[in-house]
Design a protein around this ligand. Structure first.
Ligand code: RIB
Length: 281
Protein backbone atom coordinates (compact mmCIF):
# COMPACT_ATOMS: atom_id res chain seq x y z
CA UNK A 1 0.00 0.00 0.00
CA UNK A 2 1.28 3.50 -0.81
CA UNK A 3 2.31 5.85 1.99
CA UNK A 4 -0.12 8.42 3.38
CA UNK A 5 1.18 11.98 3.12
CA UNK A 6 -0.75 14.78 4.85
CA UNK A 7 -0.05 18.20 3.37
CA UNK A 8 -0.94 20.97 5.80
CA UNK A 9 -0.63 24.10 3.74
CA UNK A 10 -1.73 26.81 1.40
CA UNK A 11 -4.18 26.65 -1.48
CA UNK A 12 -3.95 29.59 -3.88
CA UNK A 13 -5.30 30.63 -7.22
CA UNK A 14 -2.36 31.97 -9.24
CA UNK A 15 -2.86 34.83 -11.70
CA UNK A 16 0.07 34.74 -14.14
CA UNK A 17 1.08 37.81 -16.12
CA UNK A 18 4.02 37.56 -18.52
CA UNK A 19 6.11 40.57 -19.48
CA UNK A 20 9.43 41.32 -21.19
CA UNK A 21 11.09 42.57 -17.97
CA UNK A 22 9.82 42.65 -14.37
CA UNK A 23 8.91 46.15 -13.12
CA UNK A 24 11.34 48.14 -10.99
CA UNK A 25 10.07 49.84 -7.83
CA UNK A 26 7.65 52.62 -8.86
CA UNK A 27 7.54 51.46 -12.50
CA UNK A 28 4.50 50.34 -14.54
CA UNK A 29 5.08 47.82 -17.35
CA UNK A 30 2.73 46.37 -19.99
CA UNK A 31 2.15 42.65 -19.61
CA UNK A 32 0.36 39.98 -21.67
CA UNK A 33 -3.09 38.48 -21.00
CA UNK A 34 -3.69 37.32 -17.42
CA UNK A 35 -3.99 33.52 -17.01
CA UNK A 36 -5.39 31.71 -13.99
CA UNK A 37 -3.80 28.50 -12.69
CA UNK A 38 -4.23 26.49 -9.50
CA UNK A 39 -1.34 27.07 -7.09
CA UNK A 40 -0.20 27.58 -3.53
CA UNK A 41 2.82 25.74 -2.18
CA UNK A 42 0.67 23.33 -0.17
CA UNK A 43 -1.69 22.42 -3.01
CA UNK A 44 1.22 22.20 -5.47
CA UNK A 45 3.10 19.78 -3.22
CA UNK A 46 -0.06 17.73 -2.66
CA UNK A 47 -0.68 17.41 -6.42
CA UNK A 48 2.99 16.54 -7.05
CA UNK A 49 2.96 13.73 -4.46
CA UNK A 50 -0.42 12.38 -5.63
CA UNK A 51 0.64 12.28 -9.31
CA UNK A 52 3.62 10.20 -8.19
CA UNK A 53 1.29 7.63 -6.62
CA UNK A 54 1.07 8.56 -2.92
CA UNK A 55 -2.16 8.63 -0.92
CA UNK A 56 -2.34 12.37 -0.12
CA UNK A 57 -4.72 14.30 2.12
CA UNK A 58 -4.88 18.09 1.88
CA UNK A 59 -5.40 20.11 5.07
CA UNK A 60 -6.09 23.69 4.04
CA UNK A 61 -8.79 26.29 3.43
CA UNK A 62 -10.50 27.97 0.48
CA UNK A 63 -13.19 30.64 0.15
CA UNK A 64 -16.66 30.11 -1.27
CA UNK A 65 -15.64 31.37 -4.72
CA UNK A 66 -14.50 30.43 -8.25
CA UNK A 67 -10.75 30.55 -7.53
CA UNK A 68 -11.35 28.07 -4.71
CA UNK A 69 -13.34 25.75 -7.01
CA UNK A 70 -10.56 25.87 -9.62
CA UNK A 71 -7.96 24.93 -7.00
CA UNK A 72 -10.14 22.08 -5.70
CA UNK A 73 -10.81 20.70 -9.18
CA UNK A 74 -7.11 20.16 -9.86
CA UNK A 75 -6.50 18.62 -6.44
CA UNK A 76 -9.46 16.31 -6.99
CA UNK A 77 -8.28 15.32 -10.50
CA UNK A 78 -4.94 14.34 -9.00
CA UNK A 79 -6.76 12.09 -6.51
CA UNK A 80 -6.02 14.15 -3.37
CA UNK A 81 -8.36 13.53 -0.40
CA UNK A 82 -10.11 16.86 0.17
CA UNK A 83 -12.11 15.92 3.30
CA UNK A 84 -9.98 18.25 5.44
CA UNK A 85 -10.22 21.39 3.29
CA UNK A 86 -12.24 24.00 5.19
CA UNK A 87 -14.65 26.50 3.57
CA UNK A 88 -13.49 29.78 5.09
CA UNK A 89 -15.44 33.00 5.65
CA UNK A 90 -12.96 34.98 3.51
CA UNK A 91 -11.94 34.62 -0.18
CA UNK A 92 -9.46 32.04 -1.48
CA UNK A 93 -5.86 33.31 -1.30
CA UNK A 94 -4.61 34.75 -4.60
CA UNK A 95 -1.01 34.80 -5.83
CA UNK A 96 -0.09 37.39 -8.44
CA UNK A 97 2.74 35.77 -10.38
CA UNK A 98 4.77 38.07 -12.64
CA UNK A 99 7.10 36.25 -15.04
CA UNK A 100 9.62 37.94 -17.34
CA UNK A 101 11.08 36.53 -20.58
CA UNK A 102 14.24 35.30 -18.84
CA UNK A 103 12.03 33.11 -16.62
CA UNK A 104 12.71 35.21 -13.50
CA UNK A 105 9.55 35.78 -11.44
CA UNK A 106 8.08 37.84 -8.61
CA UNK A 107 5.11 36.65 -6.55
CA UNK A 108 2.79 38.65 -4.30
CA UNK A 109 0.22 36.75 -2.22
CA UNK A 110 -3.08 38.26 -1.12
CA UNK A 111 -3.66 36.19 2.01
CA UNK A 112 -7.25 35.02 2.32
CA UNK A 113 -8.49 31.63 3.44
CA UNK A 114 -4.96 30.33 4.12
CA UNK A 115 -5.08 32.39 7.32
CA UNK A 116 -8.02 30.25 8.48
CA UNK A 117 -6.40 26.82 8.12
CA UNK A 118 -7.42 24.52 10.95
CA UNK A 119 -5.67 21.27 11.84
CA UNK A 120 -7.53 18.01 12.45
CA UNK A 121 -4.93 16.51 14.78
CA UNK A 122 -6.42 13.01 14.71
CA UNK A 123 -6.30 12.88 10.90
CA UNK A 124 -2.79 14.34 10.76
CA UNK A 125 -1.54 11.81 13.32
CA UNK A 126 -2.43 8.93 10.96
CA UNK A 127 -0.11 10.06 8.17
CA UNK A 128 3.30 8.51 7.48
CA UNK A 129 4.60 12.00 6.73
CA UNK A 130 3.34 15.54 7.25
CA UNK A 131 4.46 18.18 4.75
CA UNK A 132 4.19 21.92 5.51
CA UNK A 133 5.34 25.26 4.11
CA UNK A 134 5.35 28.84 5.44
CA UNK A 135 2.14 30.10 3.80
CA UNK A 136 -0.24 29.26 6.67
CA UNK A 137 -0.27 30.60 10.25
CA UNK A 138 2.56 29.44 12.53
CA UNK A 139 -0.08 28.34 15.08
CA UNK A 140 -1.47 25.80 12.57
CA UNK A 141 2.06 24.56 11.80
CA UNK A 142 2.72 24.07 15.52
CA UNK A 143 -0.51 22.09 15.95
CA UNK A 144 0.28 19.86 12.99
CA UNK A 145 3.85 19.33 14.20
CA UNK A 146 2.56 18.31 17.62
CA UNK A 147 0.10 15.85 16.05
CA UNK A 148 2.59 14.37 13.56
CA UNK A 149 3.53 10.77 14.41
CA UNK A 150 5.54 10.21 11.24
CA UNK A 151 8.22 12.16 9.36
CA UNK A 152 7.81 15.93 9.58
CA UNK A 153 8.95 17.61 6.36
CA UNK A 154 8.96 21.41 6.28
CA UNK A 155 9.64 23.47 3.18
CA UNK A 156 10.41 26.70 5.03
CA UNK A 157 9.43 29.01 2.18
CA UNK A 158 8.95 31.90 2.00
CA UNK A 159 11.40 32.85 4.78
CA UNK A 160 9.87 33.87 8.09
CA UNK A 161 10.75 33.45 11.73
CA UNK A 162 9.81 30.02 13.08
CA UNK A 163 9.63 29.17 16.80
CA UNK A 164 12.43 26.98 18.14
CA UNK A 165 9.92 24.32 19.29
CA UNK A 166 8.92 23.86 15.64
CA UNK A 167 12.45 24.00 14.22
CA UNK A 168 13.63 21.36 16.71
CA UNK A 169 10.79 18.97 15.75
CA UNK A 170 11.48 19.04 11.99
CA UNK A 171 12.90 15.79 10.56
CA UNK A 172 13.55 17.12 7.05
CA UNK A 173 13.96 20.81 6.28
CA UNK A 174 13.86 21.75 2.59
CA UNK A 175 15.08 25.22 1.66
CA UNK A 176 16.73 27.06 -1.20
CA UNK A 177 20.21 28.60 -0.88
CA UNK A 178 18.88 31.97 0.34
CA UNK A 179 16.56 30.36 2.89
CA UNK A 180 19.44 28.10 4.06
CA UNK A 181 21.50 31.19 4.92
CA UNK A 182 18.48 32.96 6.45
CA UNK A 183 17.84 30.06 8.85
CA UNK A 184 21.49 30.05 9.90
CA UNK A 185 22.60 26.82 8.14
CA UNK A 186 20.87 24.35 10.49
CA UNK A 187 23.01 21.35 11.44
CA UNK A 188 20.62 18.74 12.85
CA UNK A 189 18.42 16.21 11.06
CA UNK A 190 18.19 16.17 7.28
CA UNK A 191 18.49 19.54 5.54
CA UNK A 192 18.02 19.64 1.78
CA UNK A 193 19.23 22.74 -0.05
CA UNK A 194 17.92 23.35 -3.57
CA UNK A 195 19.47 25.77 -6.05
CA UNK A 196 17.05 26.23 -8.96
CA UNK A 197 18.64 24.44 -11.92
CA UNK A 198 21.84 23.91 -9.88
CA UNK A 199 22.94 21.00 -7.69
CA UNK A 200 20.75 19.94 -4.76
CA UNK A 201 22.67 18.98 -1.62
CA UNK A 202 21.30 16.96 1.31
CA UNK A 203 22.99 17.26 4.69
CA UNK A 204 22.55 14.76 7.52
CA UNK A 205 23.48 16.27 10.89
CA UNK A 206 25.63 18.87 9.14
CA UNK A 207 27.53 16.47 6.82
CA UNK A 208 26.85 16.11 3.09
CA UNK A 209 24.91 12.86 2.66
CA UNK A 210 23.72 13.02 -0.99
CA UNK A 211 23.71 15.35 -3.97
CA UNK A 212 21.98 15.46 -7.35
CA UNK A 213 21.98 17.78 -10.34
CA UNK A 214 18.69 18.43 -12.15
CA UNK A 215 18.81 17.35 -15.80
CA UNK A 216 18.86 20.26 -18.23
CA UNK A 217 15.57 20.89 -20.04
CA UNK A 218 14.14 23.72 -22.16
CA UNK A 219 12.06 25.15 -19.30
CA UNK A 220 8.81 26.91 -20.17
CA UNK A 221 7.78 27.84 -16.63
CA UNK A 222 9.74 27.21 -13.43
CA UNK A 223 6.96 28.26 -11.00
CA UNK A 224 6.11 25.17 -8.94
CA UNK A 225 9.35 23.30 -9.73
CA UNK A 226 10.44 23.62 -6.10
CA UNK A 227 7.06 22.30 -4.97
CA UNK A 228 7.34 19.33 -7.34
CA UNK A 229 10.73 18.61 -5.76
CA UNK A 230 9.21 18.69 -2.24
CA UNK A 231 6.25 16.47 -3.19
CA UNK A 232 8.54 13.97 -4.91
CA UNK A 233 10.95 14.03 -1.98
CA UNK A 234 8.12 13.19 0.43
CA UNK A 235 7.05 10.28 -1.78
CA UNK A 236 10.60 8.93 -1.98
CA UNK A 237 11.32 9.12 1.74
CA UNK A 238 7.98 7.60 2.77
CA UNK A 239 8.37 4.73 0.33
CA UNK A 240 11.68 3.69 1.91
CA UNK A 241 14.04 4.90 -0.85
CA UNK A 242 17.55 6.00 0.12
CA UNK A 243 18.30 9.71 0.43
CA UNK A 244 20.34 9.54 -2.80
CA UNK A 245 17.59 7.80 -4.78
CA UNK A 246 15.01 10.19 -3.37
CA UNK A 247 17.03 13.24 -4.44
CA UNK A 248 17.67 11.82 -7.90
CA UNK A 249 13.98 11.13 -8.53
CA UNK A 250 12.95 14.51 -7.08
CA UNK A 251 15.28 16.54 -9.33
CA UNK A 252 14.03 14.63 -12.38
CA UNK A 253 10.40 15.27 -11.38
CA UNK A 254 11.13 18.97 -10.82
CA UNK A 255 12.81 19.37 -14.22
CA UNK A 256 9.85 17.69 -15.97
CA UNK A 257 7.43 20.04 -14.19
CA UNK A 258 8.97 23.07 -15.93
CA UNK A 259 7.81 21.87 -19.36
CA UNK A 260 4.27 23.29 -19.05
CA UNK A 261 2.70 26.59 -18.01
CA UNK A 262 1.40 27.01 -14.45
CA UNK A 263 2.65 25.42 -11.25
CA UNK A 264 0.74 22.13 -11.47
CA UNK A 265 0.21 21.38 -15.19
CA UNK A 266 3.62 19.79 -15.82
CA UNK A 267 3.88 17.72 -12.65
CA UNK A 268 4.81 14.18 -13.77
CA UNK A 269 3.50 10.72 -12.95
CA UNK A 270 5.75 7.97 -11.54
CA UNK A 271 6.01 6.38 -15.00
CA UNK A 272 7.07 9.67 -16.60
CA UNK A 273 9.82 10.07 -14.00
CA UNK A 274 10.96 6.46 -14.58
CA UNK A 275 11.15 7.06 -18.37
CA UNK A 276 12.96 10.38 -17.94
CA UNK A 277 15.57 8.84 -15.62
CA UNK A 278 16.11 6.02 -18.14
CA UNK A 279 16.61 8.61 -20.95
CA UNK A 280 18.98 10.88 -19.05
CA UNK A 281 21.29 8.25 -17.51
O1 RIB B 1 5.88 27.85 -5.20
C1 RIB B 1 5.02 28.42 -6.17
C2 RIB B 1 3.77 28.93 -5.51
O2 RIB B 1 4.10 29.97 -4.64
C3 RIB B 1 2.77 29.49 -6.47
O3 RIB B 1 1.87 28.52 -6.96
C4 RIB B 1 2.09 30.58 -5.65
O4 RIB B 1 0.77 30.30 -5.33
C5 RIB B 1 2.95 30.75 -4.40
O5 RIB B 1 2.36 30.23 -3.29
Amino acid sequence: MSAHIAVVGSINADMFIRMPVLPQRGETVAGGQPHWFPGGKGANQAVAAARLGAHVSMHGAIGDDEPGQMAMANLSDAGVDLSFVKRASVPTSIALVLVEESGENQIVIAQGANDEVEVDSAAVSEANAVVMQNEIPVAAMLEAAAACQGTLIVNAAPVRELPSELLSRIDVLIVNEHEFEAYGRPTRGVVVVTAGSGEVVAYQDGQIAARATPPVVEAIDTVGAGDTFVGAFAVGITSGSSLQETLTRAVHAASLSTLAHGAQSGMPTKEQVDDFIAQTN
